[in-house]
Design a protein around this ligand. Structure first.
Ligand SMILES: NC(=O)CC[C@H](N)C(=O)O
Length: 231
């Protein structure tokens, strides 16, 4: 699989996600946000975590309008994979690739901690290596992870099975107490209708080594490499 990791001014997890992709067997090109084209044969575009443009205006708002986002949108329209992690999720929402928006965390505090998630479905290109009902232990680090969409959009996401992950406790219970940022329905990540675009706030790329915290993030990259599409 050929991946293109986009770097914006203020990105800081581009190296981490490149490492996770290479560990899983992908080849990785590093692309600057001002570029207008993706390398030929790109399968996956990754918008990494960080603080693009210092989170000014609204987080992701400036990066969402970067040159490379036109090529990224065209790639997604062709059915190509686009993965937005944390600031990348904020950017894909701002770019119109996914609906809704990430607001300031409900308590207005930056949250940096371990967090359990439910894997809502395992028949997608991003989650086929996980087992049905699996609860994964990853980490979160954000100030603006409070996912909000209008009532109609939220009903569509739920009705069409487009919620990818939810914040949960260690037993997989999706409760208000396990919600770190106030997101509606404990939503931690969502898919596009064709399941080729995924945006999520947690950082699977930082859970790929048992020496540094665990390996529950590996499943996402292994899923992509397996080449299995949605059922
Ligand atoms: N780790 C990150 O990507 C941070 C995301 C974002 N800039 C925030 O604080 O909400």
């Amino acid at each position: 699989m050929k991946a293109a990791v986009i770097t914006f001014p203020g990105s800081n997890r581009d190296g981490d996600v490149a490492k996770a992709l290479k560990q899983a067997g992908a080849t990785v090109a590093h692309i600057w946000h001002a570029d207008t084209e993706l390398p030929a044969g790109t399968d996956l575009v990754v918008l990494p975590g960080g603080f693009s443009y210092g989170d000014y205006l609204r987080t992701g708002a400036i990066a969402g309008r970067a040159n490379i986002m036109d090529a990224t949108r065209a790639h997604a329209e062709r059915g190509g994979y686009v993965l937005g992690i944390c600031n990348g999720f904020q950017i894909v929402c701002e770019a119109g690739l996914l609906p809704g928006i990430l607001m300031r965390n409900a308590d207005l505090k930056f949250v940096c901690k371990r967090q359990h998630l439910t894997v809502e479905r395992t028949d997608t290109p991003y989650t086929n290596a996980y087992t049905k009902g699996q609860v994964i232990d990853v980490c979160i680090a954000h100030g603006e992870g409070n996912y909000i969409a209008d009532t109609e959009t939220l009903a569509r996401l739920e009705g069409e099975g487009l919620v990818a992950f939810r914040y949960a406790d260690a037993q997989g219970r999706v409760t208000a107490a396990a919600n770190p940022n106030g997101s509606q329905n404990n939503i931690a990540g969502i898919y596009s209708p064709k399941l080729n675009v995924l945006g999520l706030m947690p950082h699977p790329e930082n859970l790929i080594d048992s020496l540094t915290g665990g390996i529950d993030g590996r499943g996402m990259f292994a899923s992509l490499m397996s080449g299995k599409r949605a059922a």
